[in-house]
Design a protein around this ligand. Structure first.
Ligand SMILES: Nc1nc2c(ncn2[C@@H]2O[C@H](COP(=O)(O)OP(=O)(O)OP(=O)(O)O)[C@@H](O)[C@H]2O)c(=O)[nH]1
Ligand SMILES: [Mg+2]
Length: 375
């Protein structure tokens, strides 16, 4: 199996001549993988590329990919494509040139890959990891709270470091996400790549590491546009997931069920003099039938019932799990209001009860009926 460590560079001549020998030393201790280095340089005016060519005379496992400067994401997409297509990489690494990512950690990443993970994320924010103590306070705050904010918006708390660029991944992960990554040219690449990998169910592990300080060369990061772009990405990505994802579909189906429930309830109470409690039970039974079929075909379509038996067994489960909520939460609220406040407000009790019911239902459906089968 071949591993290619991709090092993106822009004006890193001083750093590349330091990091290559250190990385090569680490390679000597790895014997179950064939280890190579690829430097993706964007025609750095300081002569980084010439330095790489010089190094490649001493070390035979180094290649250079030169291109126009289109930002870090573009450099990685080009580098990963080159590593996989031209060098035959099975696994690629992302690693900064400025020694902020300690090459000594490479074996820890590979150990996680050996355990069966598809992608391994270096993390500065969990136990065993850190950011430089000497950083000015505002940079520390941005770094820590920025990541915390991203984790919160993404609602995936088990991943601690979304913005870091010390990673290892199997080629399958890159090949799957490649087409969606080309639009993220700058540092947003890191967040969007991780997000898409999680979304698609790749197995992801973390390796804590101490993020060192840059000693040579200039930082390429433009903090303000970086923060704005990352925030824009995470917020729009989450909204899309919510609106077009399961939750959005669930709301549409539930909304339709709600209308059915409300219409039947009102018709029976106003038109046929039913008491609100039995009228709601009938209305809810009709809504449940509609909800089940739409959820089965659409919201949870990829996990839908395929046979008559599984259809009926899911339908019964659905009625059983819904029954609790409908009888005790929704109709229970109507019953209490009807008994202790007065019948004239029955529709308000219905609205309140339905609100609480909704929360209960989504949890039950996704945890019990259409739960993901384990792979
Ligand atoms: N090829 C290429 N490499 C880039 C580009 N921008 C940044 N890099 C490289 O990406 C790595 C990370 O960039 P840094 O400037 O160190 O970003 P940072 O670590 O967040 O910031 P510092 O802590 O200030 O170093 C370095 O190896 C850079 O040379 C780019 O546009 N093209
Ligand atoms: Mg750096």
């Amino acid at each position: 199996m071949k591993v290619v460590i991709i090092i993106p560079t822009y004006n890193e001549k001083g750093n590349i001549e330091r990091i290559v020998p250190i990385t090569e030393d680490v390679f000597k201790r790895i014997n179950n993988y064939e280890m190579e280095i690829l430097v993706t340089d964007d025609n750095s005016p300081d002569g980084t590329a010439e330095k790489v060519i010089e190094l490649s005379k001493k070390y035979k496992n180094i290649e250079l990919s030169s291109g126009m400067r289109h930002g870090l994401g573009a450099a990685y997409v080009r580098g990963m494509t080159y590593a996989i297509e031209k060098m035959g990489a099975d696994i690629v690494f992302e690693m900064d040139a400025d020694l902020q990512h300690d090459p000594e950690k490479i074996p820890n990443f590979l150990a996680k890959i050996d355990e069966g993970n598809d992608m391994v994320i270096g993390t500065r924010y969990s136990e065993g990891g850190s950011i430089p103590a000497a950083w000015p306070i505002h940079r520390k705050i941005f770094s820590i709270f920025g990541n915390l904010l991203i984790r919160t918006i993404m609602m995936r708390f088990w991943l601690h470091d979304w913005t870091g660029g010390f990673r290892a991944l199997k080629k399958e992960v890159f090949l799957k996400e490649k087409d969606e990554l080309t639009e993220f040219k700058g540092y947003t690449f890191q967040v969007s790549f991780l997000h898409k990998a999680v979304r698609d169910g790749f197995k992801i592990a973390e390796v804590p590491f101490h993020f060192g300080e840059r000693n040579i060369g200039d930082s390429k990061i433009a903090p303000m546009s970086y923060i704005a772009n990352v925030l824009k990405y995470v917020i729009t990505a989450r909204i899309k997931e919510l609106v077009f994802g399961k939750f959005g579909k669930f709301m549409v189906v539930g909304g339709f069920g709600f209308v059915i429930n409300a219409v039947v309830l009102r018709a029976l109470v106003e038109g046929f003099n039913f008491a609100p409690v039995p009228a709601n039970l009938i209305g809810a039974a009709c809504a449940i039938f509609s909800n089940f079929n739409f959820n089965n075909l659409w919201t949870f379509g990829e996990r839908k019932a395929n046979t008559v038996i599984s259809y009926f067994s899911k339908l019964i489960q659905f009625y059983a799990t819904s029954a609790f909520g409908v009888i005790f939460i929704q109709t229970g609220t109507i019953f209490l209001g009807d008994t202790f406040i007065g019948r004239q407000y029955y529709f308000i009790y219905f609205l309140v009860g339905t609100g609480v019911l909704l929360t209960w239902n989504f949890t039950m459906y996704s945890v019990v009926i259409w739960r993901k089968s384990r792979r």
